[in-house]
Design a protein around this ligand. Structure first.
Ligand SMILES: Cc1cc2nc3c(=O)[nH]c(=O)nc-3n(C[C@H](O)[C@H](O)[C@H](O)COP(=O)(O)OP(=O)(O)OC[C@H]3O[C@@H](n4cnc5c(N)ncnc54)[C@H](O)[C@@H]3O)c2cc1C
Length: 402
């Protein structure tokens, strides 16, 4: 396997790094200083224009829809670079959950849906959200949903309560998972339906405060009430009752994007850990870097990040060569493996900074607050561990593991 970068990707990585120095990191410092995503929206919009002018917009989107048209493995490398700042993916037009929604629309949208929703979404003119998780039922069991979409003539009428709908504030539409056939077997009950956020009955109850931050705009997670939300049947995405399968499909490439973003964060934290170790005097003539415990953190972090990167890149390569189904063990494994590496390295970097690591004078505390969720979203780690173990044990004849 050769993971060396094709020239156009190497060139893009170089350009991304330059834009990070000139635009992304200064904007990140502004975000930390002003503690408001909304406050820096005009600067973010200007920086997005620069990204577009540099030909780096929406790396994962096909060229005909205005993106760079990179393959999964190619975008994986860019995603790592962008992950080095919490603003990276947003500024380059490939942030969650829009990136996944674009992929859903590309694969399953009707020509009208693509024209109306994908076009402005891919151009960055609008944002979107994905509304699946509910406060009262386990998100870990996506076949069990309380939200319903009842057919009424040419319309669906949607009722239910969702939460952790990332970026709902300011979104133009939501893709909602709702039960359309309650009598069917669990995997065939729900559908994905596009709900414009100006539909009467769509109401953001609140932005849920996460680790002390209610968040704003794209950088928020909302509780959303759907009360008699009436949308035309033509807003159905893909076939009726195929919502679960569409959600599964959304996860494969999405997992690669996430995992490489986490590796980018881990690399940033690792760099900060090493700098701090090299610079921090601990006693006359001795630096933090002279402590063997810290040397252990450095060595272990290097090995763990590199192992995680190889695993994720290999998984992306397998998805491309063999398909998502064949690669499904690895798709499960990279979720919890990479999340673990991320939080371990991040925690060591915070620790090496002492009290400074807990302040907002560096990006570390922000990353720690926001990335603890890596073990929970995109399927809780345990869900992936259990399903991987069951598949493996199934090959050993264990067919009924609970
Ligand atoms: C930052 C963030 C952003 C999110 N964005 C979105 C979004 O945009 N749209 C959306 O729909 N949802 C989103 N979510 C929700 C996310 O998908 C759910 O939180 C996740 O699926 C877990 O569901 P739950 O919170 O209901 O936990 P539960 O399902 O109640 O699980 C609780 C815990 O139980 C354990 N557990 C679960 N299953 C098993 C098992 N089989 N074996 C052993 N232990 C198990 C795990 O430790 C898990 O953390 C987001 C969450 C976070 C944190």
């Amino acid at each position: 396997m050769d993971f060396s970068l094709p020239p156009r990707v190497a060139d893009a990585v170089g350009k991304v790094r330059k834009l990070f120095e000139t635009d992304v990191l200064p904007l990140e410092a502004e975000l930390l200083r002003r503690k408001s995503f909304k406050a820096i929206l005009p600067e973010l919009a200007a920086a997005r224009q620069k990204v577009k002018a540099a030909g780096l917009w929406a790396p994962h989107v096909p060229v005909e829809w205005g993106g760079m048209g990179l393959s999964l493995t190619e975008h994986a490398r860019i995603s790592e670079e962008l992950g080095k700042s919490p603003l990276g993916h947003y500024l380059f037009g490939c942030q969650a959950p829009d990136a996944g929604n674009m992929e859903l629309l590309l694969a399953h949208g009707s020509p009208e849906q693509k024209e109306k929703w994908l076009k402005p979404l891919a151009a960055g003119d609008i944002r979107s959200c994905f509304s699946m998780t509910e406060p009262d039922l386990p998100g870990s069991n996506p076949t069990w949903l309380g939200t319903t979409a009842a057919r009424d003539g040419d319309h669906y009428v949607i009722n239910g309560r969702k939460w952790f709908t990332t970026g709902a504030e300011g979104s133009a539409f939501a893709i909602v998972m709702a039960v359309t056939n309650p009598e069917a077997p669990p995997h065939l009950r729900a559908s994905q339906i596009i709900v414009p956020t100006d539909t009467p009955g769509f109401r953001i109850v609140r932005n849920v405060s996460v680790m002390g931050e209610p968040g704003e705009d794209w950088a928020s997670h909302a509780e959303v009430d759907y009360e008699n939300c009436r949308v035309p049947v033509s807003n159905l995405l893909g076939p009726e009752n195929a919502g679960f399968f569409l959600a599964q499909e959304r996860l494969g490439p999405g997992r690669i994007h996430h995992a490489m973003r986490w590796i980018g964060i881990a690399e940033r934290a690792f760099d900060m850990l090493c700098r701090r170790a090299a610079e921090r005097p601990m006693s006359p003539g001795k630096r933090l870097a002279d402590k063997q415990i810290v040397q252990g953190w450095v060595a272990e972090s290097r090995a763990e990040i590199d192992a995680a990167r190889l695993y994720v890149m290999h998984t992306a390569w397998r998805i491309e060569k063999e398909g998502q189904h064949e690669a499904r063990d690895a798709v499960s494994a990279i979720k919890f493996f990479t999340a673990d590496v991320l939080t371990k390295v991040l925690d060591r970097a915070v620790q090496a900074h002492g009290a400074l690591g807990l302040t907002d004078d560096t990006i570390l505390a922000w990353l720690w607050r926001h990335e603890r969720g890596a073990h929970i979203y995109d399927g809780a780690d345990e869900v992936h561990k259990v399903s991987l173990a069951k598949r493996i044990l199934g090959r050993y004849g264990v067919k009924d593991a609970k």
